[in-house]
Design a protein around this ligand. Structure first.
Ligand code: IPE
Ligand code: IPE
Ligand code: MG
Length: 256
C-alpha cells in the first residue's frame, strides 16, 4: 500500500466520504487491451474489489456500495452472464469467512428473485452471518437498476399503506425513500466510475441527487490504492452546498 496512505496523513477524517459508491466498469476493455478474454477481465476485477475493500476498512469508510451487475446487463451474451454469476458464487463461497471475521456487514441490493438459487442461498447466508458486523457496510448491487428500485419502492409503499390515496400529503421524500433498497444508509457522498464512461448507467438514481461524481479512465482491473487516494483527495476539495451557500465563506464575507 502507498506509504502516505499507511500514515493516514493526507485526509483529515472529516473529508473521508461516509458512503462511497463505485461503478466498476472497464473489465472487458482491460482484457481486450491485454488480448485476454472478457472472463479474465472480470476475474481480475475481483482482485481490485479485494484491494478497495481493504483500503476502505483502512480509511474507515462506513458504507461501500459496488455496482456488480445491472438490470440491463442481461442484454449481454448468455455465456458472459453465466460466467459472472459463477464468479459471484465462487467469490462468496471463498470469502464468506473472511467477510464475517473482518467486521464487514454484507448486503445485496437488486431484484434477487430471478437469480440463480445457489447464489440466492449464499447471499442469504452471508447477510445473516454478518448481520451484527458494523465496521463496514458492504453492499453489492446485483441485477440492480435505479428505475427498478423506484418502481419496487412505489409498489411496496402502496401495499404497506392501503388507504394512502386518502392522505397523499404524507408522501414526502423521507416517507417514500424508506421503501428504497438503500433506505438504511445515508446517500452516497462520492461515486467513482472507472473505465472512462461519464454516465450513471441506471445506478442509484434517487440516492445520487447530491453525490460528488468522479470519473477516471482507469479500467476497473487496474484501479488501485493510489487511484482511490486520488479520488478521495479530489473529494476532499469539493465544496458541498446542497443547493445552499457555504456557511463559513459567508461568515468571512460578512466580517470583511
Ligand atoms: C464492468 O465491466 C463489469 C460489468 C458490467 C459486469 P464491463 O464488462 O462493462 O467492461 P467493459 O465496459 O465492456 O470494458
Ligand atoms: C455499468 O456498466 C454496470 C456495472 C458496472 C455493473 P455497463 O458497462 O453495463 O454500462 P454501460 O452499458 O456502458 O452504460
Ligand atoms: Mg462496461
Amino acid at each position: 500500500m502507498h506509504s502516505d496512505i499507511k500514515k493516514n496523513k493526507i485526509f483529515p477524517d472529516k473529508s473521508i466520504p461516509k458512503h462511497l459508491a463505485i461503478i466498476m466498469d472497464g473489465n472487458g476493455r482491460w482484457a481486450l487491451k491485454k488480448s485476454l478474454s472478457r472472463h479474465s477481465g472480470h476475474l481480475e476485477g475481483v482482485h481490485t474489489v479485494h484491494k478497495i475493500i481493504k483500503d476502505c476498512l483502512h480509511y474507515k469508510v462506513k458504507y461501500l456500495t459496488l455496482f456488480a451487475f445491472s438490470s440491463e446487463n442481461w442484454r449481454r451474451p448468455i455465456e458472459e452472464i453465466t460466467n459472472l454469476i459463477t464468479i459471484f458464487i465462487n467469490v462468496l463461497k471463498a470469502e464468506m469467512d473472511r467477510i464475517t471475521d473482518s467486521g464487514i456487514c454484507f448486503n445485496v441490493i437488486g431484484n434477487l428473485s430471478v437469480l440463480d438459487i445457489n447464489l440466492r442461498k449464499l447471499i442469504l447466508e452471508a447477510t445473516n452471518k454478518t448481520l451484527n458486523n458494523k465496521k463496514l457496510y458492504l453492499t453489492l448491487a446485483i441485477n440492480y437498476g435505479g428505475r427498478w428500485d423506484i418502481l419496487q419502492a412505489i409498489k411496496s409503499m402502496l401495499s404497506n399503506n392501503k388507504d394512502i390515496h386518502k392522505n397523499m400529503d404524507i408522501i414526502d421524500e423521507k416517507f417514500f425513500s424508506n421503501y428504497l433498497s438503500m433506505s438504511w444508509a445515508p446517500d452516497p457522498d462520492l461515486i467513482i466510475r472507472t473505465g472512462g464512461e461519464q454516465r450513471i448507467s441506471n445506478f442509484l438514481i434517487w440516492n445520487l441527487a447530491y453525490t460528488e461524481i468522479y470519473f477516471t479512465n482507469k479500467f476497473w482491473p487496474e484501479f488501485n490504492s493510489i487511484d482511490l487516494e486520488l479520488a478521495l483527495n479530489w473529494y476532499s476539495t469539493r465544496e458541498r452546498r446542497f443547493g445552499g451557500l457555504n456557511v463559513n465563506k459567508n461568515k468571512i464575507l460578512k466580517v470583511q
